[in-house]
Write a protein that binds this ligand. Structure first.
Ligand SMILES: Cc1ncc(C[n+]2csc(CCOP(=O)(O)OP(=O)(O)O)c2C)c(N)n1
Length: 580
């Protein structure tokens, strides 16, 4: 067996096993050491490869695909700092539970720690973030080693996808010569039709006896609250609303809960809570005596206060499989069950809660209604950030998707995304709340769906990943980007340091003073500047009817923006308190 045959068969078996395990998309960045991996992916008839030069963007692009498809996405790069550039997306994948399979090429062992070029320590490069790290053996093509290669690929995919999903890192030591020989026969031959290690697993369900124990304690309660934080299952809406109706409870629905939109009933859904729970006296009026949360912790800080101020009541978190996602510091109980099955079981075992106060739900609904009437007030001459988000949500077509940036973008979506029968999937990178990689994540999501994607983000987030726009040009991806340009970090104007005249602009405001138009045109994008809500809506509609990269910019003022938000919240609180 020659070196080239060993290399070719070992890598071919690995890549073919990725396909057998369900991988469809691989994101590759250029480099020499990764030659066998990259060429074999392109050679494999069933894989779609995406070539993204900047590894930081590449990893976020892969993250976007994985979020869109709910399938593991493989990443391939060369040795050295290339691999280090994946770090932010690996972190995000860990916290937002996204299956990424990172395949880094490396120097063979004799070229490590000896000053060889482009050689860094890649062992456990991403620390504790990956669910599994494995240093692959050097390529060999004995039957045992080809089985080993398949076994590693199969385990990598199932580990990444197993809930809670997350990243996996395999490091490949590779010796030169690196070019595989695709004239060899039977490269994709596997002794097995399915994946090497089939895994039989099923959704979790809590035993009836245990559930009965929980529900017994709820029977005497008068004021319960259901909460749905960020989660991706669009089918949860039905189960949750049935439970809320049976028990007579409000559902506080996060903008990333996927339940503010869709065809399920929404009478119990309260989407304006972030605005009115900001007021302490309103929070006191709404003191609950138990809370059940599904999904991750909501975006809303007002909700966090509400949870913390009620640390004397039972609070439950329903998690799919494992995890302790409750940053509030209270002694919440964790229920490990499939959320849809939990709702079904709950309605069956506990068809109603007899002691819930008669007007409990109505009070929430009235406050929500008042909030919504303020949010829909006619816009002023110069468009505000909130109105831009409102305009977007008004015209975004059925079945479209929204990728939301961090900072004020997600907060404005929290405020202005009122319930709708339109089916709108909303994605965001809330694992680590980074402002990096947003353009690439949204492009990855847009490249792998039939539906149009709109990315909403601030100017610093856009600037952070301008490199990512190359993918839009290269792959002619259809995407609308709504860029809220307040020339710097608008969110910081809400913090106490905004009053510090000496340090604020340089350290927090950080204006970049960039004309984004030229950058967009550099990537063959269409640029439009919207000056009011009506023109914004017109431009958005135009962008939905034409393909390619479309960027619509709205220019705002950071100081005025924070004043506008504060006034809006105050007006809502006053009106609600007046009606109490
Ligand atoms: C990678 C990364 N760096 C820094 C931060 C801290 N940070 C949070 S919000 C923000 C400003 C974001 O500005 P922009 O995207 O323009 O949105 P705006 O605040 O104006 O809504 C910064 C720097 C972060 N979250 N992630």
């Amino acid at each position: 067996m020659t070196h080239t045959e060993d290399l070719t068969r070992y890598i071919a078996n690995f890549i073919d096993e990725l396909v057998k395990s369900g991988v469809t998309d691989v994101v590759i960045s250029p480099g020499s050491r990764s030659t066998p991996l990259a060429m074999t992916v392109v050679e494999h008839p069933e894989l779609k490869e995406w070539i993204i030069i900047d590894e930081r963007s590449a990893a976020f692009f892969a993250l976007g695909i994985a979020k869109q498809t709910n399938r593991a996405v493989a990443l391939i790069c060369t040795s050295g700092t290339a691999a280090a550039n994946y770090y932010p997306a690996v972190v995000e994948a860990t916290y937002s539970r996204v299956p990424l399979v990172v395949l880094t090429a490396d120097r063979p062992h004799e070229l490590r720690d000896v000053g060889a070029p482009q050689a860094i320590d890649q062992i456990d490069l991403y620390g504790n973030y990956p669910k599994w790290f494995h240093e692959m053996a050097l390529p060999e093509s004995s039957p045992q080693m080809l089985n080993y290669s398949r076994s590693c690929a199969s385990k990598a995919i199932s580990t990444a996808q197993m809930e809670p999903a997350g990243p996996v890192h395999l490091n490949f030591p590779l010796r030169e010569p690196l070019v595989p020989d695709f004239t060899l026969g039977n490269l994709w031959d596997s002794p097995k039709e399915n994946t090497y290690h089939p895994v039989f697993n099923g959704p979790k369900r809590v035993a009836e006896e245990m559930l009965g124990h929980i529900f017994k304690k709820l029977q005497a309660k008068k004021r319960g609250v259901i909460v749905c934080g960020p989660q991706i299952d669009s089918k949860l809406g039905n189960g949750l609303t049935q439970l809320a109706e049976a028990w007579g409870l409000p559902i506080l629905a996060d903008p990333l809960s996927q339940i503010r939109s869709g065809s399920h009933k929404k009478d119990n859904i309260i989407e304006g809570y972030d605005a009115f729970l900001r007021d302490k006296s309103i929070r006191e009026t709404l003191k609950p005596d138990f809370i059940i949360r599904f999904g991750a912790m909501p975006v809303s800080k007002a909700y966090l206060f509400y949870v913390q101020e009620n640390d004397d009541i039972p609070q439950f978190v329903v998690e799919n499989n494992e995890g302790y996602r409750d940053p509030s510091g209270i002694d919440s109980a964790f229920i490990y069950a499939n959320p849809i099955l939990f709702c079904e079981d709950a309605v069956k075992l506990q068809p109603n809660l007899p002691n819930i106060e008669r007007y409990w739900l109505t009070i929430w609904q009235q406050m929500n209604q008042i909030t919504k009437s303020y949010l829909s007030a006619p816009s002023q001459a110069a468009i505000t950030e909130g109105e831009a988000v409102r305009g977007l949500l008004e015209v975004i077509p059925e079945e479209n998707q929204l990728y939301v940036g961090n900072s004020m973008a997600i907060r404005d979506v929290d405020t202005f995304f009122t319930t709708t029968t339109k089916k709108i999937k909303v994605l965001a990178n809330r694992g680590a709340n980074g402002i990096d990689g947003m353009v690439s994540s949204a492009l990855g999501a847009a490249a792998t769906t039939e539906n149009h994607v709109t990315l909403l983000l601030g100017d610093l987030s856009f600037f952070h990943d301008l490199n990512g726009l190359l993918a839009a040009k290269h792959y002619e991806i259809n995407i609308t980007i709504l860029l809220i340009n307040n020339n710097g970090g608008g969110i910081f104007s809400f913090l106490p340091q905004a009053k510090d005249g000496k340090h604020f602009e340089a350290l927090f405001g950080t204006p970049v003073d960039i004309e984004f138009k030229s950058a967009i045109e550099m990537y063959n994008g269409t640029y439009r500047l919207a000056e009011n809500e009506e023109s914004l809506k017109t431009f958005l509609k135009e962008s939905y009817n034409t393909g390619g990269l479309s960027v619509i910019e709205v220019k705002t003022d950071r100081t005025k923006n924070s004043e506008w938000h504060r006034k809006l919240w105050n007006d809502i609180h006053e009106e609600i308190l007046k009606n109490r």
